[in-house]
Write a new protein. Sequence first.
Length: 169
Amino acid sequence: MDVQIVKGDITKVHVDAIVNAANSKLLGGGGVDGAIHRAAGKQLLEECKQLRETTLKDGLPAGRAVATDGYNLPAQWVIHTVGPVFAKKTDRSDILASCYRESLRVADEIGAKSVAFPAISAGIYGWPLDNATEIAVRTVRETDTSVETVIFVPFSQDAEEMFHEALGR
Ligand code: AR6
């Protein structure tokens, strides 16, 4: 597997699938979720609503992933996953790792060969960037998948440096 780091806006990345750091309700939000919904267009929200009315009545649990079309995005699909909220006293890193594993599993299901990830949980959900990027890189490397290219898309220079550090380890 080829692993790259490309700083910027994930909604602009030309890959088969981009991963969205969503929430359990799956109906949009702030951060990268808001950016993806804005760029994909309102059909994305419609498909998410459909999912909530059918297969995901109780929402998408943290650590799980589901795919939708990418609509107006350059990416063909969006894989929505829900990161854990960071908690000092409880170790939720297995849930964060599961987000990457499950996203790659869903990518295999839909046949996506190139996948771009943001730093899941490292924004509004408060996960320290150094640890979030380390878990991201380690989990992707350890996952058995047919995905050929993974692109990590840091949004800030700090995040870019952390991804490079994690990749160098
Ligand atoms: N491209 C790439 N990365 C981005 C972009 C972008 N366009 N925008 C932000 N980031 P966050 P979370 C980075 O907060 O912590 C939403 O409201 C950002 O700098 O988007 O998992 C959802 O609906 C950070 O490093 O996701 C949930 O309620 C990383 O993406 C909640 O936020 C993740 O930050 C999820 O919180």
